[in-house]
Design a protein around this ligand. Structure first.
Ligand code: NDP
Ligand code: 8X3
Length: 252
């Protein structure tokens, strides 16, 4: 089967890897992001404008997002798979020391951006009675950790929104999956540590993290299962990662 996939955040990491994975299977690909040079490079690499349509906008901007979704040319307008992937974490400080601006950036991107794109694309899927929304949740939506605060909360939102959307879509053939990865080496940590590459590298070094192709393969798998099957949620970690004990420490 081939079709059209829209991937938000297609300029790096999971999004770019997913664009390559689906392109290799003959799918038409729409990628979005703020970095126009990256969008152009992926488009050129994957066969040009007939195979890849690019949309350059900031997903925090509601009007720009709606305009971008409305601008899809007819050849790319019937989206079969939507991967709500654009997102970020900013900082690892405890809640009482965090920047309110950074908290709002995470909410505007991970929560509001995802809602805006979904609201624009979902009606067409329901009308055509086919489609699959894959949301990028995270282990952070399942398990709290120190310094995760708003990032964890944003991914918990994505998890529950995915489930609730499934309930709304019952009776249609539109599928919803919340994919919940753990440690995977992308630009995610450089962004989180505000450009500190050494700090980001130290998180991955020696830990054999997952790589973006692993996630792209999982997205390919969940979307190519028989149409009767819906993977509701899927948590994946590198073998090197698991849970820690609940913490008990004396109060000061
Ligand atoms: P990357 O930093 O490599 O990619 C993030 C993507 O999101 C980029 O394409 C970026 O595009 C896009 N993006 C971020 N902010 C905006 C914005 N304001 N407007 C438009 N696009 C935006 O990270 P990952 O590939 O790792 O992350 C992808 C998703 O997976 C995120 O939602 C993340 O939370 C989640 N995730 C990541 C994990 C990991 O360990 N890496 C684990 C679990 C979940 P551009 O900068 O060009 O705008
Ligand atoms: C990214 C995984 O553990 O850094 O969503 O929050 S984690």
């Amino acid at each position: 089967m081939t079709g059209t996939i829209l991937i938000t955040g297609g300029t790096s990491g999971f999004g770019a890897a997913t664009a390559y994975r689906f392109n290799a299977q003959g799918w038409k690909v729409i990628i979005t992001g703020r970095r126009g040079d990256r969008l152009a490079a992926v488009q050129e690499d994957l066969g040009g404008p007939e195979r890849v349509h690019t949309l350059e906008f900031d997903i925090q901007d509601r009007r720009a997002t709606e305009q971008a979704m409305d601008s899809l040319p007819p050849a790319f307008a019937d989206v079969d798979v939507l991967v709500n992937n654009a997102g970020l974490a900013l900082g690892r400080e405890p809640a009482h020391e965090c920047s309110l601006d950074e908290w709002e950036t995470m909410v505007d991107t991970n929560v509001k951006g995802l809602l805006r794109v979904t609201r624009a694309i979902l009606p067409g899927m329901v009308e055509r009675n086919r489609g699959h929304v894959v949301n990028l949740g995270s282990v952070a939506g399942n398990w709290p950790y120190p310094g995760g605060n708003v990032y964890c909360a944003s991914k918990a939102f994505v998890q529950q929104f995915s489930r609730a959307m499934r309930s709304d879509l019952q009776g249609t053939r539109v599928r919803v999956t919340n994919l919940e990865p753990g440690l995977c080496e992308t630009e995610f940590s450089v962004v989180r540590f505000r450009g500190d590459q050494a700090k980001a590298d130290s998180l991955y070094e020696g830990n054999d993290p997952m790589i973006p192709d692993d996630i792209a393969e999982i997205i390919w798998w969940v979307t190519s299962l028989p149409a009767r099957v819906n993977v509701n949620s899927l948590e994946v970690m590198p073998v090197t990662q698991s849970w820690g004990p609940l913490a008990v420490i004396p109060v000061r």
